[in-house]
Every structure is written in structure tokens, then in C-alpha cells.
Write a protein that binds this ligand. Structure first.
Ligand code: BES
Ligand code: ZN
Ligand code: MN
Length: 500
């Protein structure tokens, strides 16, 4: 269901409630007193008060309470979405609540809804409008393109009542971000048979075309000429050849470029170090990093951000096969360093080694890579927090802050000397995997990639191994591919644009 969102300006149009559709109210505890300002029709107002009284903790963030009312001959739902109390009532709380509410609109098969929130009567609260619109859009997402008959094929027309300054622009921004994240989720949810490196390259080329981005796609031959031995090694077990995709967005003249580099393993079987059968299918999401950088550069272009971005998607399919790389192989990366492939399932760091080198060679002034790199990040941080490994604490801090504003959690892990030591090889310069006694798999994975970034460049690595997919929808995050990281990268790009 794609929400059809529009605005209703209270000053110009009054609160034109009409006689159809659901009433969707966003309330935090402190807003309750301001409810009369919404001038709801009397019967709706009464029902709202009764619903609030009958619900335990109605203001809890993301809690949705519903009652129904017969208005004339129309059955109308009253839906209250809790947005917290006191300091909790940040835009991200409203975004979370909006995501939950969107799924209720869907299950109730609402075709029309009017969104009301006392906070939106304050002209200065535009970020809340943006958050609500974004949450509604993202919460409603589902992946149904392969269902011949979609079950929830209802489109809900949503009108948001607001007196916020710059409401039109805020709605546009929310749509741009919502569409970017939906695109990322679609890509992540595409199965491996439909989306290989070449298909991903074709798709990226199309996105570039639509947004006037420059686009360069390196195939096997071009990668060979460049010496990208690590990326090629990962791809050599598959009949589908690897691709390195580079898109540029020029929004800030000759200012330096920031590179977003994404892991694009369109399917990760583990290679000859084969993964167990259970849940192997989830590894279709192993290109989530690549999808996120594509979503971020697309949104940056659509928002006309004053920033220069380079997106690099390093794509391969990791398969066992007659030509596959073997454990014990020694490969040479583009920067000349040799790597002993201890485990072919530690392939993400191999494709990223060449990709961060490529970004640096293209003149990037700082590099952020993002990857479903390890299962170990789940052990360290769980499934809702992304891991940051960085040599530049300032860059790590700005990513963490960007995530906080965007509603995505990140935590920086340390880079202790013993783990820096652990990735050094005996027969080759580096090992792509350490023994299991070393521990800190999320950190060693990140450190490995960092070994390919020139020392003078600020660099951070984002591990989305735990957050790229989820089993159950919650807040504005859908089931399946989440698009995690996309909103953080967009926010980071906005921060960079404002620092100029
Ligand atoms: N794509 C996986 C990481 C992953 C696994 C993410 C499970 C989410 C859930 C990655 O390529 C991988 O297989 N990593 C190995 C590294 C190990 C062999 C050093 C891992 O985490 O087990
Ligand atoms: Zn992988
Ligand atoms: Mn793997």
C-alpha cells in the first residue's frame, strides 16, 4: 500500500473534516490538554476522551488504540497513536507512532484518513510533520510484487492537518526519504535469482539516469585491468560476474567528495566455506549496504543537497563452484596487499577492500562503508543497533548523531591493538578471518577493511549485519529488508551540506 499523502492547511482551509474516513490522532501526554484546539466534531471528541480513559498508557510510544463510531451512515474509526511524554516526545517518537498507525490503517482497510495532532498546530513544529509523514509512508511498506493477488491492496488517502511553516517542503522531504528507503527495501527483498550483480548495475544505471548522476560500471574485464583481485576472487565461483558500480552526485561545485561504499553480495552462500542450510535464504539481503548507498545518493540528489557524493557499490555473488576460490588461497587486492582467504564466507571484507581503495583513488576526502559484514555484530549489539568501527572518532560521532536524528541506533566499538594484530598474516599480509579464539569478529572485520583506506583519510565502517532485515515489523521499520542505514546516510549528507 502506497500512502497517498496530502496536506490541509488549517489557516487557509480550517480543519475540513469531511464526513468520511478515519481520524488519526497523534498525541503525547502533554498534548492531551490541547485536544480542544483541534475542534473535533462533538461525537468524535467524546469518543476520543472515552477511548483515552479506557486505554492503559495510551501515550506510550507506538501504542495504537482504536474505536469505531457511526457518523450518519458512515462507520469512522478513531485511531490514537501514542507519542510518549516529556523528553521522549521527539520527532522520532512521532515517526515510530506513525509507522504503527499506518499498519492499523491497513488492517482496518481504511481508504481515507485525516491526521490530526495538537503539536502540528504550532507553526514551528515542522520537523514533527515531516516525521509523521515519513513514518506513515515507511510503516505502510510491504513487498508484494511477486504476489499475484495482494491481500492488503488498499490505498489510503491521508490528509494531514497542519499549521506548520514550510509544510509543503516538509512533506516533499518526507516523500523523498520514504521513497528512497522503500526502494532500498525492495532491492533487499528481491531474491537472489532475480537480482544479481548485473541486474543491480542495470538498476543503479537507471537511478543515475533519473537523477542526472554520473554512473560508471566496471565489469570483470575492467576490474581485472585495475587489479581488483579481492572482489574478483569472491565473484569467481558464480556464473554471474561481479560489478563495481560508481555513481557521483555533484551538488557542491569543486568541494571534496564524500564516499559511501556499500557491500553488494547479491547472495551469500558462504562459497566453499558453505553456510548451513537453515536460514541461508536470508542471505539475499547481503547487498543491503549497496542498496543503502544507492538510496542515499538518490535522496541527496532529489533534495538538491549542497554536497558532493560518490556512491560505490561492490557487487558479486558468493557461490561455491568449479571456479570458486578456495580456503587457503592468497589473493592480491588492488592496493597491492596480499590476503590469505582463510574462510570464503568472510567475503564482504574482500569486496570492500577493493571498493574503499577505488573510492580513495577517485579522490574521496572521507569514506564511510556500510555492510552486512558479520553475524558477530548481533552478538555485540543485538538486532536494532548498528556497529561503527572507525579510526576517526569525529566521523563516528557525526554518524551516531545523524542516526539519532533519523531514528536509527548506532554504537561505536573500540579498535584495540590485539585485534589490529589478529588480522595480520604469516604467509600473506592479511588474513580475511581470525581464529575463533580471538573474538571481536565485528571489530576485526571492520579493521580489515580499514587496512585498505589510506591513513590520512577519515574512515568509518558501519556493520548492519543485525539490522538489515527483521522478522517482525515495528514502528516505521517493516518486516524483511529494513533499509537500515539509508536514513542515517541521508542525514549525514545533510549535515555535511550544512557544514560547508
Ligand atoms: N553476510 C555475512 C554476515 C551475516 C551473517 C550477517 C549472518 C547477518 C547474519 C558475512 O558475509 C559472513 O558470512 N560473515 C561471517 C564472517 C566469518 C566467516 C569470519 C560471519 O559473521 O560468520
Ligand atoms: Zn556476506
Ligand atoms: Mn559471508
Amino acid at each position: 500500500m502506497l500512502n497517498n499523502l496530502s496536506l490541509c492547511n488549517t489557516e487557509k482551509e480550517g480543519a475540513a473534516y469531511g464526513d468520511k474516513g478515519a481520524f488519526l490522532l497523534f498525541l503525547c501526554k502533554e498534548c492531551e490538554a490541547a485536544l480542544p484546539k483541534l475542534a473535533l466534531p462533538e461525537e468524535v471528541s467524546k469518543a476520543t476522551t472515552a477511548l483515552l480513559a479506557a486505554t492503559a498508557d495510551p501515550f506510550e510510544i507506538g501504542k495504537v488504540s482504536v474505536c469505531s463510531l457511526l457518523c450518519g451512515s458512515n462507520l469512522r474509526h478513531i485511531i490514537i497513536a501514542g507519542c510518549g511524554s516529556g523528553r521522549e516526545c521527539k520527532p522520532t517518537a512521532f515517526k515510530q507512532a506513525a509507522g504503527e498507525a499506518a499498519r492499523v490503517l491497513k488492517t482496518k482497510k481504511c481508504e481515507e484518513a485525516i491526521v490530526l495532532a495538537p503539536i502540528l498546530l504550532n507553526p514551528k513544529r515542522t520537523p514533527y510533520l515531516e516525521a509523521i509523514a515519513e513514518g506513515l509512508y515507511l510503516g505502510a511498506y510491504d513487498f508484494t510484487i511477486y504476489k499475484r493477488k495482494a491481500e492488503n491492496a488498499v490505498t489510503c488517502k491521508i490528509k494531514i492537518v497542519s499549521a506548520c511553516e514550510g509544510a509543503e517542503l516538509a512533506l516533499k522531504r518526507a516523500l523523498v526519504k520514504g521513497q528512497a528507503v522503500s526502494m532500498v527495501r525492495d532491492l533487499v527483498n528481491e531474491p537472489g535469482n532475480k537480482l544479481g550483480p548485473e541486474e543491480l548495475a542495470d538498476f543503479a544505471r537507471q537511478v543515475a539516469g533519473e537523477n542526472s548522476l554520473s554512473c560508471e560500471i566496471l565489469d570483470r574485464k575492467a576490474l581485472k585491468e585495475l587489479g581488483c583481485g579481492a572482489l574478483l576472487a569472491v565473484g569467481q565461483g558464480s556464473v554471474r560476474e561481479p560489478r563495481l558500480i560508481a555513481l557521483r552526485y555533484n551538488g557542491a561545485g569543486d568541494a571534496p567528495y564524500t564516499a559511501f561504499v556499500g557491500k553488494g553480495i547479491t547472495f551469500d552462500s558462504g562459497g566453499l566455506s558453505l553456510k548451513p542450510a537453515a536460514n541461508m535464504g536470508e542471505m539475499k539481503d547481503d547487498m543491503s549496504g549497496a542498496a543503502a548507498v544507492l538510496g542515499a545518493i538518490k535522496a541527496a540528489a532529489e533534495l538538491h543537497l549542497a554536497v558532493n557524493l560518490l556512491a560505490v557499490l561492490s557487487c558479486a555473488e558468493n557461490m561455491p563452484g568449479g571456479g570458486a576460490q578456495r580456503p587457503g588461497d592468497i589473493v592480491t587486492a588492488a592496493d597491492g596487499q596480499t590476503i590469505e582467504v582463510v574462510n570464503t564466507d568472510a567475503e564482504g571484507r574482500l569486496v570492500l577492500a577493493d571498493a574503499v581503495w577505488y573510492a580513495a583513488k577517485q579522490g574521496a576526502a572521507r569514506i564511510v562503508d556500510i555492510a552486512t559484514l558479520t553475524g558477530a555484530v548481533i552478538t555485540a549489539l543485538g538486532k536494532e543497533t548498528g556497529g561503527i568501527i572507525a579510526f576517526d572518532d569525529g566521523l563516528a560521532a557525526s554518524i551516531k548523531e545523524a542516526g539519532r536524528l533519523a531514528g536509527e541506533l548506532w554504537w561505536q566499538l573500540p579498535t584495540p591493538p590485539d585485534l589490529r594484530e589478529a588480522i595480520k598474516g604469516e604467509e600473506a599480509d592479511l588474513l580475511n578471518s581470525t581464529g575463533s579464539t580471538v573474538g571481536g569478529g565485528c571489530i576485526t572485520g571492520g579493521l580489515f577493511i580499514g587496512s585498505f583506506v589510506p591513513e590520512e583519510l577519515p574512515w568509518a565502517h558501519l556493520d548492519i549485519g543485525g539490522t538489515a532485515s527483521r522478522e517482525k515489523a515495528a514502528g516505521f521499520v517493516s518486516k524483511g529488508g529494513t533499509g537500515f542505514g539509508t536514513l542515517t546516510l541521508i542525514k549525514l549528507a545533510e549535515t555535511l551540506a550544512s557544514e560547508k
